[in-house]
Design a protein. Structure first.
Ligand SMILES: NC(=O)c1ccc[n+]([C@@H]2O[C@H](COP(=O)([O-])OP(=O)(O)OC[C@H]3O[C@@H](n4cnc5c(N)ncnc54)[C@H](O)[C@@H]3O)[C@@H](O)[C@H]2O)c1
Length: 249
């Protein structure tokens, strides 16, 4: 029960790493707000957590929509009275991304809106409540794509912005006991990634540069749990890489 008594918002919690993290947070005693665009997926996670004895609230949310994010934050406050943890997880690369000269400007703005602006909005809306409560923990989802040069230009630009924003906010809000960290997964076997590896998308070979094999969503969730918990009380501005050794060689 490492998060007993805490309230956590997880964006994009309907699938993949977000779902694994929301379910882990709930098992560790947190009340979890599932801020998810896809209503079927969001409700399914809410039901699964409640059936396991946990506390969950699904709120249909597009993280790139300021009004929707404001409504979600207010609904979380109305139900639970505080927000201790925010995991800005929603996002991910698409198969329309690639080398700069092959990628449309629309793809660039999509990644800026969902990954970077979604994270910006989450922080802007939740930090005032954390200040009022005397502290909190934010974890932002970035990627190994923002650490080593890889082939997704729009996604890489957005995730790089998230790393820089994470460090700036860690400095700006330390005086309010708000910690801001990033999680940088390598290839992680979510359903979306599994689909690509099975040949449904352009990517069909598992990357051999992951020395211990690809991560499961739970492997990332456990790292996020640490960053979100009081065990990390002096860890801030840190980008935790969980990539099976991919970026070290
Ligand atoms: N899976 C990987 O290999 C990997 C690697 C590095 C980083 N990441 C990052 O981890 C995060 C989660 O990735 P994943 O693979 O679990 O993704 P996923 O596609 O499995 O799940 C993403 C969830 O977010 C929801 N979502 C999408 N757009 C949204 C929006 N605008 N508002 C609210 N919800 C929205 C989707 O409906 C889905 O439920 C992303 O930020 C991704 O960039 C993933």
């Amino acid at each position: 029960m490492r998060l007993a008594g805490k309230t956590a918002i997880v964006t994009g919690a309907g699938a993949g790493i977000g779902r694994a993290t929301a379910e882990l947070f709930a098992r560790e005693g947190a009340e979890v707000v599932i801020a998810e665009l896809d209503a079927d997926k969001g409700r399914a996670v809410e039901t699964a957590i409640r059936e396991s004895g946990g506390a969950a609230l699904f709120i249909q949310t597009d993280v790139s929509d300021e009004d929707a994010m404001a409504r979600m934050t207010e609904a979380a406050m109305a139900r639970f009275g505080k927000i201790d943890i925010l995991y800005n997880n929603a996002g991910g690369s698409t198969l329309n991304d690639g080398k700069l000269t092959d990628v449309s400007n629309d793809e660039f703005w999509l990644k800026m809106r969902v990954d970077l602006f979604g994270t910006w909005l989450g922080c802007r809306l939740v930090i005032p409540h954390m200040i009022e409560a005397g502290g909190g923990a934010i974890v932002n989802a970035t990627s190994v794509n923002a650490i080593v040069g890889l082939n997704r230009s729009a996604y890489t630009a957005a995730k790089g912005g998230i790393i820089s924003l994470t460090r700036a906010l860690a400095v700006q809000y330390a005086e309010h006991r708000i910690r801001v960290n990033g999680i940088a997964p390598g290839g992680t076997l979510t359903e979306r990634v599994q689909e690509r590896l099975s040949g449904a998308g352009r990517v069909s070979a598992p990357p051999s540069d992951h020395l211990l094999g690809l991560s499961d969503p739970d492997d990332i969730a456990y790292a996020v749990l640490y960053l979100a918990s009081d065990e990390a009380r002096t860890t801030t501005g840190h980008i935790m890489v969980v990539d099976s050794g991919m970026t070290i060689h």
